[in-house]
Design a protein around this ligand. Sequence first.
Ligand SMILES: Nc1ncnc2c1ncn2[C@@H]1O[C@H](COP(=O)(O)OP(=O)(O)OP(=O)(O)O)[C@@H](O)[C@H]1O
Ligand SMILES: [Mg+2]
Length: 302
Amino acid sequence: MSSHFVEVQGLAKRYPSPGGAQALTVFENANFGINKGEFVCIIGHSGCGKSTILNILAGLDEASDGVVIMNGKEVSGPSLERGVVFQNYSLLPWRSTLKNITFAVQARWPGWSRDQVVEHSMKFLELVGLKGVEQRKPSQLSGGMRQRVSIARAFATQPQLLLMDEPFGALDALTRGMIQEELIKIWEETHQTVFMITHDVDEAILLSDRILLMTNGPQARVAESVQVSIPRPRSRTDIIHHPAYYKIRNHLVDFLVNRSKELSGSAQRQDFSAVDSTHPAVVDPGTAAETAPTITYRQAAG
Ligand SMILES: Nc1ncnc2c1ncn2[C@@H]1O[C@H](COP(=O)(O)OP(=O)(O)OP(=O)(O)O)[C@@H](O)[C@H]1O
Ligand SMILES: [Mg+2]
């Protein structure tokens, strides 16, 4: 028995093909765990199934196979214990910034007084640097500000698991950098368990304790679990000078450019079949010797 806070076991997603042809297997045999308080990012090429995995973790989509267990209980359907930040902010346009947060906080703690709800919500607006604009409607905020509101809202409701699907995907590099630092600050304060999708390797290294790497689809797999052995607190400007930074970065880029393709698809199936291929290889490029060791995948007999 494993003691992970979140356990993903044998997860697969298939879509039946129109006309009864063979089903499309988006990914299969996804197995990984997330520890309490851990920040885990997942990276993989477009279409490999990252959002699908996140939506299954949220209880918004159903797996074709396998289970997600959180805190010893199987996930089935959405719950306030799991908060989601989508790429498109998803704020309520007719409510003020503050009311977009108090609305969620009140739903989370129905017994709280109005003052308690407002005080709690303002604390999180302040953490993302939005004090002073709490009466504005979302349409009166910039894209970056809107995204900060949705991050504040997600953290304010203190879900046991926070799920973020490319939360900074639509932002320019400068705004993205600022919000990343705010996210670190808020995470260091709350120590939420976070599962986040990103396409940006630098963002993943800055934020994560661990990075999961997915091979290309179809039949994608979670192939590696990469440790980010860089001490916290981290900042964007300092982290690039850490000796582990470029080792980890090179490892991730090499995966995305080369190995995600080599390890993918049915052509490779017989080499990575059964038990051995189902658990991601654990790698720690930051503490590895200068010449990174080749990762060996145990091959199935025969
Ligand atoms: N209803 C559907 N029927 C068939 N295939 C689907 C359906 N919905 C999604 N897919 C396929 O599932 C795959 C995974 O989609 P998903 O959105 O999870 O990918 P992703 O890794 O998040 O990609 P991106 O990085 O572009 O956001 C895609 O290849 C998509 O074509
Ligand atoms: Mg996606």
